[in-house]
Design a protein around this ligand. Structure first.
Ligand code: PLP
Length: 436
C-alpha cells in the first residue's frame, strides 16, 4: 500500500485527491460491495457512477460484446447509437428532442455554455455561490465550491441558494422565496449594468455540492423565468441528480416542475464507462449546428452507446427508480429517528438515494450551534473503519453525504444506517469524554 501510494505520487503527483486518512485500494467490486487489496469487503454508500451496481453483468456484457464487434469514431452511421439516442430522449420532456454526446460532465457543461453564449450573444452567467460543474477553463472561471486559481470571471455572478433545512430553517418559506428571487434580480441587473448581459443560469437541481439545500417551492421556476426574461438559457446540470437518483423523477429538474433549455449529463450515464451528453431542443441545435463544425471523436461511439443503453435497460427492468422512491421514505424516517438520540445532527436532507444531514458542534436547535467539519470528518472515518463508505459535502464541509449505487437493497440500506448509528454513538461518547 505505502509503495503504491509513493509510486502514485511519483507519477500522478500528490494533488489528485484521495479519500480517507488511510487511502483504500480496491481490487474488485460487485453490485454495492467493494473488495480491498487486503480482502476486506466494504458496503458502498457513496458511489453514484456505478449507478446500476458495480460490474453489473448486463453493462459489462454490452460493453464487451460491442467492443468485440465494432468500435469506431462517430463519423459513420451506427444503429446502436441512434437507438440509444431515441431511448434517452424519450425520458426527457418536450421540446428536448436532440442530444449531443460527449465524454464527461465537464465537457457537457462547457458545450452547454458555448451554446448559450452563442444563442444569447452574451456571456453573463448565474451560478450558485457554492457549486462545481467541471474543470474546463470556462467552468474554472465559474467554480465557487472548490479551489480554482483562475478566480471568478468578471461575467459570473454567484447567488446564494436558500436552504429550508439549513441556514434558512428559522424563516418563513414565503419570505425565503422572496429574498432568494430578489437576489436573482440583483445579480441579473448587475450583469446587465456591467454590459455582460445574461447568457445562462447553470445549476444542479439537487444542489448537492452546496449541501443538499431544500429550496422553497417556486424558487427554481422563478429563477428560470427571470433568466429567460433577461434573454438567457436555463442549463440543468443532471450529472448528480439524473437517471432516477431522486426516486421521484427520471431527471432532477422535473421535481421542480421546469423544462430547461439544456440538460447536461455524465457520471452515472454509462455506469463508469465515460459518456456524457447535452440534450436540447432542435431549434437550439439548428442555430448552433450550421455555425460550428462540432465533432467529437469518442463522444457517443458504439461502445459508449451500448453501455448507456444497458443502464437504461437495467433501470427499467429492475425497477430501480421505483425502489429508490420507496426506500427513500424508510431512510428519511431512520435519519429522523437518529436525531432523537443525537440532537447535534440536523434534519434529514436530500432526496431519493442522495441523502445526509448536517453535523453541528452542539444540539442543532440551540441558537449558537455551529457546523462542525472536524466532527463530520471523524464520523466519515469511523464509518469507514466499520467497512462502509460515505463522505461529506457542503460549504462548511459538515453535511454527511450518502449516495449509494441505485442497486442497493433495503437490507443493505438498513446496514448503512445501523453502521452510521454506531459511528454516531461512538463519536458522542468520545465527545463526552473529551469534554469531561
Ligand atoms: C454537478 C456536477 N457537474 C459536473 C461535474 C463534472 O463532471 P466530470 O468529472 O465528469 O467532468 C461534476 C463532477 O463532480 C458534478 O458533480
Amino acid at each position: 500500500m505505502e509503495d503504491l501510494l509513493h509510486r502514485r505520487y511519483q507519477t500522478l503527483g500528490p494533488y489528485s485527491p484521495l479519500f480517507y486518512s488511510q487511502p483504500l485500494e480496491f481490487v474488485r467490486a460487485e453490485r454495492v460491495w467493494l473488495t480491498a487489496a487486503d480482502g476486506q469487503r466494504y458496503l458502498d454508500g457513496y458511489n453514484n457512477v456505478p449507478h446500476v451496481g458495480h460490474a453489473h453483468p448486463r453493462v459489462v456484457e454490452a460493453i464487451a460484446r460491442q467492443a468485440a464487434t465494432l468500435n469506431i469514431h462517430t463519423r459513420y452511421l451506427n444503429d446502436r447509437v441512434v437507438d440509444y439516442a431515441e431511448n434517452l430522449l424519450a425520458t426527457l420532456d418536450e421540446p428536448l428532442d436532440r442530444i449531443i454526446f460527449t465524454n464527461s460532465g465537464s465537457e457537457s457543461n462547457d458545450l452547454a455554455l458555448r451554446i448559450a453564449n452563442q444563442h444569447s450573444g452574451s456571456r453573463g452567467l448565474l451560478i450558485s455561490d457554492f457549486s462545481y460543474h467541471g474543470h474546463t477553463q470556462a467552468l474554472a472561471a465559474a467554480t465557487t465550491g472548490l479551489t480554482a486559481h483562475e478566480g471568478l470571471g468578471a461575467h459570473v455572478r454567484p447567488i446564494r441558494i436558500p436552504d429550508l433545512d439549513g441556514a434558512d430553517a428559522a424563516r418563513e418559506e414565503g419570505e425565503v422565496l422572496a429574498a432568494g428571487l430578489a437576489e436573482v434580480d440583483r445579480a441579473i441587473a448587475s450583469l446587465q449594468d456591467a454590459g455582460h448581459g445574461v447568457a445562462a443560469v447553470l445549476f444542479d437541481s439537487l444542489f448537492s455540492t452546496e449541501g443538499l439545500n431544500r429550496v422553497p417551492d417556486g424558487y427554481v421556476s422563478g429563477l428560470a423565468e427571470r433568466v429567460r426574461r433577461a434573454g438567457g438559457l436555463v442549463i440543468a446540470d443532471e450529472v448528480q441528480s439524473g437517471f432516477g437518483r431522486t426516486g421521484t423523477a427520471f431527471w432532477g429538474h422535473q421535481n421542480h416542475g421546469i423544462v430547461p433549455d439544456l440538460v447536461t449529463m455524465g457520471k452515472p450515464m454509462g455506469n463508469g464507462h465515460p459518456i456524457g451528453g447535452v440534450a436540447l431542443p432542435s431549434a437550439l441545435l439548428d442555430e448552433f449546428g450550421p455555425r460550428n463544425m462540432y465533432f467529437n471523436t469518442f463522444g457517443g461511439n458504439p461502445v459508449s452507446a451500448a453501455a448507456g443503453q444497458a443502464v437504461l435497460d437495467v433501470l427499467a427492468e429492475e425497477g430501480l427508480i421505483d425502489r429508490a422512491r420507496s426506500m427513500a421514505g424508510t431512510i428519511r424516517s431512520a435519519l429522523t429517528e437518529l436525531r432523537r438520540s443525537h440532537p447535534w445532527i440536523g434534519p434529514a436532507k436530500g432526496k431519493g438515494l442522495f441523502f445526509g444531514f448536517e453535523v453541528m458542534d452542539r444540539p442543532a436547535d440551540e441558537a449558537d450551534a455551529q457546523p462542525d467539519p472536524g466532527r463530520t470528518r471523524e464520523i466519515v472515518e469511523s464509518v469507514r473503519a466499520r467497512n462502509v463508505l460515505i463522505s461529506r459535502i457542503g460549504r462548511n464541509d459538515n453535511v454527511l453525504k450518502m449516495r449509494p449505487p441505485m442497486a442497493i437493497e433495503p437490507g443493505e440500506a438498513a446496514l448503512l444506517l445501523e453502521t452510521l448509528s454506531d459511528a454516531l454513538a461512538a463519536d458522542e461518547s468520545l465527545a463526552t469524554s473529551r469534554r469531561g
